[in-house]
Design a protein around this ligand. Structure first.
Ligand SMILES: Cc1cc2nc3c(=O)[nH]c(=O)nc-3n(C[C@H](O)[C@H](O)[C@H](O)COP(=O)(O)O)c2cc1C
Length: 400
């Protein structure tokens, strides 16, 4: 009996020591932003959960600031000025990750230079039925058809106001959507501009999500003109300190003519937005996609979107003669990808999908690599590289 007890005691202490050791090693690896540990242990474990559940867990972790603060210190060449705002680095979290404005502080801890909250709709709405997000692991991509699941403007505004009381240094954009059932889109966006101007550093008119019927039609010449003229005049009617930069987010699926039309509208004085976000997800499906989920309806993001968005950045940069600052987004997973977007015409960049595949260490890696690439090319700021290769990306063709 005693021998049995002894064995049991030894086994349990061995298990305890191993678990403790593994726990300690995990904590240390997370603390040290060990990329290999994330790649080989944490992210495969995360992928065992369905994508929406793991996303909700990530939001909770960021909300309660479970991720340790990054050790990476932004070098001075990463800092950049756009719209009179100083960004400590040009790498932001794209819209869609923190739709409800719950995780900004946690994302700032990871080293993002700015965070875009939303899309937020005027009234709360549930979005499309689940499942509505799919991992295309082999393609390092995601297809989503969330359809603007939003807590609504009141709830998100309340959260952002609370956040602002505690943290005034974070740069936060608010991405505005429209309710699915709204008969007229214009008032929805106007309401968003009026609501969030006291808490946001910039605002985004999102007319490019593929999952709200008819939304992308607002990118057409006439509807876009009406929308921008009205939204800009509502913005300009606000007291001066609340007139935030207004950006327009575009789809990568615009034809050459549609791109020209968008440029001609936003160059008109009454419709001149302060910036563009290029791009949202694509509804196209490259034949090279190999994942089983490739035919799921929705917007595709991640690696397969990279070239499409870079070409649209170059197009829009040249069509607007570099007069409209661009946030470049789509398939960025390395410093090289970010640098290409900058050289194509982006003043700032964002990512989402690669973050879900690589976890928090990707933020520091992108910044470190970008810093190195700028130095290698003898540049002391991101601004110096903006648009340097726009012509090259234009000439290489939109669908290459
Ligand atoms: C799951 C998911 C949800 C998204 N939701 C939004 C959204 O609500 N509003 C928006 O403007 N973009 C949304 N996006 C698009 C991203 O902001 C970004 O433009 C796109 O994913 C390309 O970047 P990436 O390849 O780095 O993910 C979403 C993307 C994903 C993957």
């Amino acid at each position: 009996m005693n021998a049995k007890k002894n064995i049991w005691r030894k086994v349990s202490s061995a298990v305890l020591v191993s678990c403790g050791g593994f726990g300690f090693f995990t904590a240390l690896s997370v603390y040290k932003e060990n990329e290999q540990f994330y790649r080989n242990v944490i992210m495969p474990a995360v992928r065992k959960l369905d994508p929406e559940t793991s996303h909700n867990i990530a939001i909770m972790a960021a909300k309660y600031r479970i991720f340790p603060k990054t050790k990476f210190v932004d070098g001075s060449n990463l800092g950049t000025e756009v719209w009179g705002l100083h960004f400590p680095n040009p790498v932001g979290m794209a819209a869609g990750f923190d739709k409800q404005g719950e995780a900004i502080h946690g994302l700032q801890d990871l080293g993002f230079g700015f965070v875009e909250v939303g899309s937020v709709t005027p009234l709360p709405q549930p979005g499309n039925p689940q499942p509505r997000v799919f991992r295309l692991v082999e393609d390092e991509a995601i297809i989503n058809r969330f359809g603007f699941n939003s807590d609504g403007q009141d709830a998100v505004h309340k959260r952002l106001s609370e956040f602002r009381k505690k943290n005034s240094s974070a740069l936060v954009g608010v991405n505005l959507g429209k309710n699915k059932e709204s008969p007229d889109s214009v008032p929805d966006y106007i309401m968003g501009v009026q609501k969030f101007s006291d808490v946001a550093d910039y605002l985004v008119i999102n007319v490019s999500s593929p999952n709200t019927p008819g939304l992308r039609d607002l990118q057409g010449e006439k509807p876009l003109e009406v929308l921008l003229e009205n939204v800009l005049s509502a913005r300009d009617a606000l007291p001066a300190p609340m007139r935030r930069p207004l950006l327009l987010k575009l789809a990568p699926d615009l034809t050459a003519q549609e791109r020209k039309d968008v440029a001609s509208v936003i160059l008109k004085k009454k419709c001149k937005v302060d910036g563009l976000i290029v791009s949202n997800t694509t509804v196209s499906r490259s034949p090279s996609l190999s994942s089983a989920f490739r035919e799921e309806p929705g917007g595709l993001s991640g690696k397969p979107l990279s070239k499409l968005s870079t070409h649209l950045i170059a197009d829009m940069y040249l069509l607007t003669k570099g007069t409209v600052p661009i946030i470049g987004v789509g398939g960025i997973s390395s410093g090289q990808d970010a640098y290409e977007k900058v050289r194509a015409g982006a003043s700032l960049v964002q990512l989402y999908t690669a973050f879900t595949y690589h976890g928090p260490p990707i933020v520091s890696r992108i910044k470190r690599e970008l810093d190195q690439l700028l130095r290698e090319d003898g540049m002391s700021s991101v601004a110096e590289a903006v648009g340097k290769d726009a012509q090259k990306y234009l000439q290489s063709g939109a669908n290459s």
